[in-house]
Ligand binder design. Sequence first.
Ligand code: HAM
Length: 417
Amino acid sequence: MAQIQAIKGFADHFQDSSRLFEMMEATAREVFPRYGFGELRTPLMEYTDLFCRGIGTETDVVQKEMYCIQDSKGRSMTLRPEATAGVMRAYIENGVHAREAVSKFFTIGPMFRHERPQKGRMRQFHQINCECLGPKEPEADAEIICMMMEFLGKLGLKNLTLQINSLGCASCRPQYRKTLHDWLAALDQDKLCPDCKRRMETNPLRVLDCKVPTCKELTAAAPVILENECPDCKAHFDAVLRHLDAEGVPYQINHRLVRGLDYYTRTTWEVVSNEIGSQGSVAGGGRYDGLVEQLGGPAVPGIGFACGMERLALLLEGRELPEVRPDFYVAVLDDTCRDAAFGLAQSLRRAGFAGTMGYESRSMKATMRQAGKSNARFTLIIGTNELAAGTVIVKNMESGEQREVPAGEAAGCLTIA
Ligand code: HAM
């Protein structure tokens, strides 16, 4: 019969990559609560409108990358392409803003974007995502960036660059947009790529992060947003940088960093690696002071970021993880011994040991081969003689030493290293 394959861009994670994911999650769960973040699990699917209003209809994510389905009543629902919009929806819907002045959430899980799969770019991928709602002060920006860098540092990742920019606010960005638009309009339009020609009218800032070399060259001298911001935005960004300097967090200001999602205001950043090919952005985030209001909630400012777990896993590949070794393997030499072997394995697990029984009864030679493959520290052998005597043979697989003990005392033998 024909085999059924996984959907393109959707991957299985067997133990090696699962353990890397587990390690990242454990690190997140250790670091984030020290900064006051608690876990929030939101649904994988939301009404499509949430993402259109939250992320922006002009973004690539909303225009080309969403997995949408219709329910039986014809309502459009979408597999979440990112976590932020869902977290905002949960925050507003549950009235969290009325109960607490500052709310900090982290979310870990799969996201879905219909992009062209390549190394580091999947259609189902995983994010570790953090959001802080409430404070407008620059200390919140610096704090969350420090937390993210601490998390990445604890994973042992070193050659990463933090790129940072400020995108201004509702009072200064419109003027900058106009300045940029007029500057772009004066260029030879035939030299801009079709995407940039369109974006110039819909969202001229996105022209700045076009990857097409001719566009990059043509717009190299474009007006810089940091030089066009209002005094409040300037003071905010200066304070963020001052805190990062004080904490010894290195960064590079990147005037062309505008991010692909529309909700950002003021501080925005990306963490980039040059060790994993073209998809080198391992984390990205920023402030989004108008988003909660735009989604029907109160005027609560916010800031957050997300790390891509598959990209972090690429950087962590080959990392020596602590060996996972079972404590025991219960070998069954005869069918009549299976009940005793099953009971023994269960009692050992109750005593806190990890291992399995060899389900099929086999010859001594075959069973010892299986025990060796299992990599267990001890093999426990039950044959007809041991069954009759109520004993079990405990073999230390390191030293080869073995002894026969009453079955009830087997657990005591496993503690000897
Ligand atoms: P983003 O930049 O779209 O931001 O995604 C964050 C990270 O997710 C990226 O830096 C990358 O590591 C990973 N990522 C994105 N797409 C893929 C993909 N197709 N395959 C593998 N990894 C991918 C956001 O999603 C924002 N919601 C972050 C945020 C939270 N901003 C504020 N709060």
